[in-house]
Design a protein around this ligand. Structure first.
Ligand code: ZN
Ligand code: ZN
Ligand code: ZN
Ligand code: ZN
Length: 539
């Protein structure tokens, strides 16, 4: 079929309806489970009874097209077992008839009667005289010839996908424009209109996903310090903002408990020494028969008790914050000073201080916080559940007040659960902060670089048009002929789309001018004023 038309816009086009058969659907063909009996039934059906090609049953048994059939108590009297089962479904409050029949998404009809998904069925349909040679599908399934079927499939399709943004919707199986060829009467027109083309190519696909973030101290380089013993603050040697190195004394605590613990250790040590000496003496006497075995055993028991007391006292001092070395020195020197030094566990800056000289403090009282701010964390609130966040992904961070600057880091942790209130996913990224610009609790935006596909087919965003039901592109056949194709799109990083179905690598698509071509196709579709094209007329 050839539609010739001229338009007054100065843009002269000849429309050729697609004459080739439909392309195979992008969906995977399921295993052909249709039995020979079913094929025979398709072939031997009554030609005088209207047939619902969309659902593979007689029209008067199709409870999907005719929901009132569901109300019938008994199956349709003329229906055979298969028809009853698939068409006149029993009314059920929680299972709709439409859900009971599995539809193929690409063609919008019941999967097990779809000849494009089950090519083995073609012969049966041809035998039954149900075949549209022009479009290569059964007449009863042909959306190009059968307006009612097209409308029903279109409605079902819209109901299913209306919630998705346009760019994420699959092509409509009821699309009347798919395969339409647009021909310019001369190549000149293409040049004068300024059509440009782009080749469908493969490239690694990365895109940035942004989310809110809050800066925090690096949790591995941040410490709250409190006194390990109850006592009185005698000295506070650092103030807020003081830079410290590992081991620097921050404060001195006077603790009677520390003095008592040291004394306990010294006593235990001398007790061990005493019992060791008497054990050696008694052992010698026992060997010469001057001392009974019982006495030796008694002393041995006391010695082991003293040894346990010594290690317990040493352990107590370690718990109070003394190092192994300091504990050993207490034992050697016999000092019982009550003064304890609170030291920095790593190099950093004093970021909190509440120590007051002369104040009595408990072990629960936080005196200082030390943070290494050379590296900071950002806690991300990830809101894109469809994009998988992984440890190691590069991240850019911008914070309030420093819009011009951005920090580069990487994801170092991704939570395994969603936040119950916000339904976001927590993640963490690390950033170097040599100039100290990043401050804890700052708000910022992060852009995470997501690489979804090493070799994705892509085309420019401007090449994609919306024909009212599908995302479409115009594939160049030659300088004056273009085929409208429905495409299934993936992610859209920057000014390109990943394209998952509808075009092949190396094909050329119209970029500038694709909107004009679409407009012309839609005009043709609604049958706007037509007149024979004057091929000799120079435009
Ligand atoms: Zn039906
Ligand atoms: Zn199909
Ligand atoms: Zn047809
Ligand atoms: Zn469409």
């Amino acid at each position: 079929m050839i539609r010739k038309r001229c338009v007054t816009s100065g843009f002269v086009l000849v429309f050729l309806a697609a004459t080739s058969g439909p392309r195979p659907c992008g969906a995977q063909s399921p295993a052909n489970h249709t039995t020979d009996a079913a094929k025979d039934q398709l072939a031997q059906r009554d030609p005088n009874r209207p047939w619902c090609g969309g659902h593979g049953v007689y029209e008067d048994e199709c409870s999907i097209c005719h929901p009132e059939l569901k109300e019938r108590k008994s199956p349709h009297p003329g229906g055979d077992a298969r028809g009853d089962q698939r068409g006149a479904l029993p009314a059920s409050p929680d299972a709709s008839a439409a859900a009971a029949v599995e539809r193929c998404e690409a063609h919008g009809i019941a999967k097990d009667v779809c000849t494009r998904c089950n090519p083995a069925l073609v012969e049966s349909f041809k035998k039954a005289g149900d075949w549209c040679a022009g479009h290569g599908v059964p007449e009863s399934q042909c959306t190009k010839c059968n307006a009612a079927l097209r409308e029903r499939i279109a409605t079902e399709f819209i109901d299913t996908f209306a919630g998705l943004p346009r760019s994420q919707r699959p092509p409509s199986p009821a699309c009347a424009n798919d395969g339409t060829k647009v021909r310019l009467v001369s190549e000149d027109i293409g040049k004068r209109t300024g059509l440009t083309f782009s080749e469908v190519a493969r490239q690694p696909l990365t895109h940035f996903v942004t989310c809110n973030a809050e800066v925090a101290y690096d949790g591995n380089r941040f410490a709250h310090l409190s006194s390990p013993v109850p006592g009185v603050v005698r000295e506070a040697r650092v103030d807020l903002g003081t830079s410290v190195t590992q081991g620097n004394v921050l404060a001195v605590i006077d603790s009677p408990e520390l003095a008592a613990a040291k004394a306990d250790l010294l006593q235990a040590i001398s007790s061990v020494a005493l019992h060791t000496r008497s054990f050696e003496r008694e052992s010698k006497l026992e060997k010469t028969g001057l001392s009974p075995m019982r006495d030796v055993q008694e002393i041995e028991y006391k010695l082991s008790e003293a040894t346990i007391a010594e290690s317990r006292a040493a352990q107590r001092l370690r718990l109070l914050g003394l190092s192994e070395e300091e504990v050993r020195r207490v034992g050697e020197s016999g000092e019982t000073s009550s003064l304890l030094s609170l030291t920095a566990p790593f190099a950093g800056e004093v970021v909190e201080r509440s120590a007051v000289i002369g104040e009595a403090v408990e072990t629960s009282r936080m005196l200082f916080s030390v943070a290494d701010t050379a590296r900071m964390w950002a806690m991300l609130d990830w809101t894109e559940p469809r994009v998988r966040l992984r440890v190691g992904m590069p991240v850019l961070l911008q914070v309030e007040g420093f819009e011009g600057e951005s920090f580069t880091g990487r994801i170092t942790w991704v939570s395994t659960k969603l936040e119950p209130r916000t339904r976001t996913l927590k993640a963490r990224a690390e950033f170097e902060n040599p100039d100290g610009i990043l401050k804890a609790n700052m708000f910022g935006r992060t852009s995470v670089q997501v690489r979804d596909n090493e070799s994705a087919l892509v085309l420019p965003k401007d090449a994609v048009q919306w024909d009212g039901c599908c995302n479409v592109v115009f594939v160049r056949e030659d300088d004056s002929t273009f085929e409208l194709r429905r495409v299934r799109l993936g992610p859209a990083p920057g000014n390109i789309f990943e394209v998952r179905d509808g075009v092949r690598e190396g094909e050329q698509v119209v970029v500038v001018g694709s909107f004009l071509l679409k407009t012309e196709v839609l005009k043709g579709e609604i049958g706007a004023g037509c007149c024979p094209v004057d091929f000799n007329k120079k435009k």
